[in-house]
Write a protein that binds this ligand. Structure first.
Ligand SMILES: Cc1cc2nc3c(=O)[nH]c(=O)nc-3n(C[C@H](O)[C@H](O)[C@H](O)COP(=O)(O)OP(=O)(O)OC[C@H]3O[C@@H](n4cnc5c(N)ncnc54)[C@H](O)[C@@H]3O)c2cc1C
Length: 386
């Protein structure tokens, strides 16, 4: 299938792409249907990815990382998301680029030494816990509290929709250290799974992304040592917003890559199936709509690359990244609807991957910031200024 050449990837990136693709083809794709059925993939997958050097692509060599660039991360994301399910990629990318990154960015050398090493090697798994039953969009409005007590803090509250909540050993948790200060009262903590009072209240059943573990967490008088405060007290909101730029770029790239696979599958299917004496693809009503989808997908890909380029330059990329996430994830849903339609009745059957794609894609414009929140950022940070 046509894809525009990219000026962003060099030979080193392409060699890495081959390595990830081969791993996905041999060690993920043959088992993904089973893991979706079982609603969890084995934790050993992380260990294997750690051995292959996939879990610390942009992280310091000192702790086992490779110190690669953002394009290496995008190669990893693109190839991982070609497997026929978004659940496993979502879990792995939450570990690598949405949670471990908090410790890498804001952790002390002692915290990095203790936590980063096993997270990069895949011996341990990381999660990010911000969203709460009372709301996820308004990060400043979280209600979980962290009250200073002696040489530590005591956490109370609940978190919901937390990815990796079954597998994770290490949780980066947002809590209010000062309830009166709004966003300036939010701090980040590293909480270990076996901390007394901390528990997985429920593993949640979801519409899609079944191989990914999503859960509800409860904190009841959980003592966290002062050494586990991430960065500075009261700076958590800013850390989360900074990390969101990476997170949302990855979300855009996931949507583009999975859409690419779905479109390729659909083109293959419509070229093989015949109705009224010709290939489904040759009915102009279908061929033209596939042309539209391929065009929009290319636009989403290039917008995502552009956002990555801005982000990697060190500038504030919140507008560009929000545009990429908004466009790519909304398109992925449109593409899922259309491609399922072009499969006819088979598209509605579980044995066809397009059925799973349709369900999995539905969360991409909700998780990590909804489309409405992306529009808020684009309008009031990007457009409403001179
Ligand atoms: C599968 C899955 C995995 C997830 N993983 C994680 C995770 O690992 N860690 C984590 O912390 N969270 C996670 N989340 C939570 C996710 O980030 C939140 O669901 C999301 O931020 C929205 O929050 P909410 O569900 O509370 O919706 P709400 O904030 O209650 O929003 C409800 C509706 O109101 C709209 N809305 C809200 N505010 C505005 C506004 N200002 N203007 C216009 N519309 C508005 C929203 O767009 C939405 O349509 C996950 C969610 C899912 C579904």
């Amino acid at each position: 299938m046509f894809t525009a050449p990219s000026r962003y990837f060099n030979q080193e990136h392409e060699i890495f792409r081959e390595q990830v693709r081969s791993f996905v083809d041999k060690e993920i794709e043959p088992y993904i249907d089973q893991w979706e059925e079982e609603r969890l993939f084995p934790k050993s997958v992380y260990r294997r990815m750690g051995e292959l050097g996939f879990l610390g692509i942009r992280l310091p060599e000192e702790y086992g990382g490779s110190e690669g660039d953002i394009w290496m991360t995008l190669v990893f994301c693109e190839e991982l998301c070609r497997c026929h399910a978004l659940g496993l990629p979502m879990s792995v990318l939450v570990h690598t680029d949405m949670s471990t990154t908090h410790i890498a960015r804001y952790g002390t050398p002692q915290q990095k030494d203790k936590y980063l090493r096993p997270l990069i090697s895949g011996e341990q798994v990381c999660a990010i816990a911000v969203s709460e039953p009372s709301g996820g969009s308004n990060v400043a409005g979280i209600q979980t509290t962290a009250v200073r007590d002696g040489d530590g803090y005591v956490l109370n509250g609940a978190k919901i929709f937390i990815t990796n909540s079954v597998h994770a050993d290490t949780f980066c948790v947002a809590a209010k250290t000062n309830k009166d200060l709004g966003h300036k009262g939010v701090s980040m903590f590293i909480v270990e799974r076996d901390s007394p009072g901390f528990q997985l209240a429920k593993k949640l059943r979801k519409m899609g992304n079944h191989s990914s573990d999503t859960g509800e967490l409860v904190f009841e008088d959980v003592r966290v040592p002062r050494d586990n405060l991430l960065g500075e007290e009261g700076r958590g909101f800013y850390y989360i917003m900074q990390n969101f730029q990476d997170e949302r770029l990855i979300a855009a790239s996931m949507a583009v890559s999975a859409s690419q696979r779905a479109l390729e599958d659909t083109i293959r299917y419509t070229r093989e199936r015949e109705t009224f004496g010709k290939r489904v693809f040759d009915h102009q009503a279908i061929g033209h709509r596939l042309a539209d989808l391929a065009t929009k997908l290319e636009a989403a890909r290039q917008l995502t690359y552009y956002a990555a380029d801005v982000l990697s330059s060190g500038r504030d990329a919140s507008t560009e990244v929000s545009m990429a996430k908004l466009y790519a994830t909304e398109l992925a849903n449109e593409l899922a609807y259309e491609c399922l339609q072009f499969h006819g009745g088979y598209g509605y059957m579980e044995e066809f991957h397009i059925e799973r794609f349709y369900r999995d894609m539905r969360m991409t414009n909700i998780g990590g910031g909804t489309s409405e929140i992306m529009r808020e950022i684009i309008a009031y940070r990007g457009l409403d200024r001179d």
